[in-house]
Design a protein around this ligand. Structure first.
Ligand code: SF4
Length: 313
C-alpha cells in the first residue's frame, strides 16, 4: 500500500498564529485564560488547551469581570467587543488577518451604501462575526437556489463577499449565478477564499485521481476540512473526515493500493503522522509526500500581545 501525503496540508498561517498566540499568553499569564469559542475548529487542539486549564466560552457573560479573554481565529462581531468592554475584560484578538480583511470589506461596502450578499454557511463563527459588522446591510446566502429568494431589483447597489473557507468551485457557481441575476454587483477587490483553503483543495483535486481513498484529518465543525472531504467524494473516491487514527477502520482499506492523506487548515501534523503510522503497521504502507504548491505565509502575533511582551521585557 502506498500513501500519498498531500502538501500543502494542515495548519495555515492564521491557525499557526492563533495557537502560538494562546501558547504565548499562557506562558506569560498562566492558564487562567478564557477563549471566545474554539481557538480553531479542531478537537485535538482544543482538548490540548483545556488540559492546560484554558476555558472556552460561548458567551462573554461566562467570563469573570476583569479576566483575560482571547478572540479565536474566526473573528468576532463588534457586539462581542462591546460586551467585553462592559465587563472590563482584557482582550487579545487572535482573528486571522484574512478574516479581518473580509470584515473591513463589509464595513467599507456598508459605509458606501452597498447592500452586501455574503456567501457562507449559516451559524459558522466567521459568518456570525462578519455579519455583525453591518447587520442591516448584509444578507447571507449559501447556494445558487437562495438567489431566487432575493428581492433586490436588478440594478440595486449590491456587492458580494464570501466566507474564507468555502469550496472554490461551489462559491464560483454561486458568484456566476449572482452576476447573472445582478450584472452590476460589485466584486471584492481580492478573492476572499483564502490561499490555504484554495491550496489544500487544489492538492486534493490533483492527487485524488491517483488514489483509491481519501482520508482528511480534521474536525466535523471545521469548514475547510469538510470541503476537502466533499471534493474527494465528488471525485468519486470514498472520503473520510476523521479526528484521529483511532477512527480509522480496517475495512475501509480492503482492495486499496493508494491512500491520499490530507488535513484541514486547523488539523495538527501529529495526527496526520499517527494515521500514517497506523497504515504502516496495519498494511505495511509506505508514505510519499507530494507537493502541489509551496506555501510561505506567516502572520505576526496580535498587536496587543506584542505590546504586553514589550511591557514585560
Ligand atoms: Fe486564515 Fe485561511 Fe487559515 Fe482561516 S483557513 S485561519 S482564513 S489562513
Amino acid at each position: 500500500m502506498k500513501i500519498l501525503v498531500a502538501n500543502p496540508r494542515g495548519f495555515c498561517a492564521g491557525v499557526n498564529m492563533a495557537i502560538e498566540c494562546l501558547d504565548e499568553t499562557i506562558r506569560m499569564f498562566g492558564s487562567n485564560i478564557y477563549v471566545y469559542h474554539e481557538i480553531v475548529h479542531n478537537k485535538y487542539v482544543v482538548e490540548r488547551f483545556q488540559k492546560q486549564g484554558v476555558t472556552f466560552v460561548n458567551s462573554v457573560s461566562e467570563v469573570p469581570s476583569g479576566s483575560l479573554l482571547l478572540y479565536s481565529a474566526h473573528g468576532v462581531s463588534p457586539e462581542i467587543r462591546e460586551q467585553s468592554r462592559q465587563r472590563k475584560l482584557q482582550t487579545i484578538d487572535a482573528t486571522c488577518p484574512l478574516v479581518t480583511k473580509v470584515h473591513l470589506e463589509a464595513i467599507k461596502y456598508a459605509r458606501e451604501g452597498y447592500h452586501i450578499i455574503l456567501i457562507g454557511h449559516e451559524g459558522h463563527d466567521e459568518v456570525i462575526g462578519t455579519m455583525g459588522e453591518a447587520p442591516a446591510s448584509i444578507t447571507l446566502i449559501e447556494e445558487p437556489e437562495d438567489i431566487e429568494k432575493l428581492s433586490f431589483p436588478p440594478d440595486a447597489k449590491l456587492a458580494y463577499l464570501t466566507q474564507t473557507t468555502l469550496s472554490v468551485e461551489e462559491a464560483g457557481r454561486v458568484i456566476s449565478a449572482l452576476k447573472q441575476r445582478f450584472p452590476k454587483i460589485e466584486s471584492p477587490p481580492k478573492e476572499d477564499i483564502c490561499y490555504a483553503t484554495t491550496n489544500r483543495q487544489d492538492a486534493v483535486k490533483q492527487l485524488a485521481q491517483r488514489s483509491d481513498i481519501v482520508i482528511v484529518v480534521g474536525s466535523q465543525n471545521s469548514s475547510n476540512s469538510r470541503r476537502l472531504q466533499e471534493i474527494g467524494a465528488l471525485l468519486g473516491k470514498p472520503s473520510h473526515l476523521i479526528d484521529g487514527a483511532q477512527e480509522l477502520q480496517r475495512e475501509w482499506f480492503q482492495n486499496v493500493s493508494t491512500v491520499l492523506i490530507t488535513a484541514g487548515a486547523s488539523a495538527p501534523e501529529v495526527v496526520v503522522q499517527d494515521c500514517i503510522g497506523w497504515l504502516s503497521t496495519e498494511f505495511g504502507a509506505t508514505a510519499e509526500e507530494v507537493t502541489t504548491r509551496e506555501e510561505h505565509v506567516s502572520f505576526p502575533l496580535p498587536r496587543e500581545l506584542r505590546a504586553l511582551q514589550t511591557a514585560k521585557a
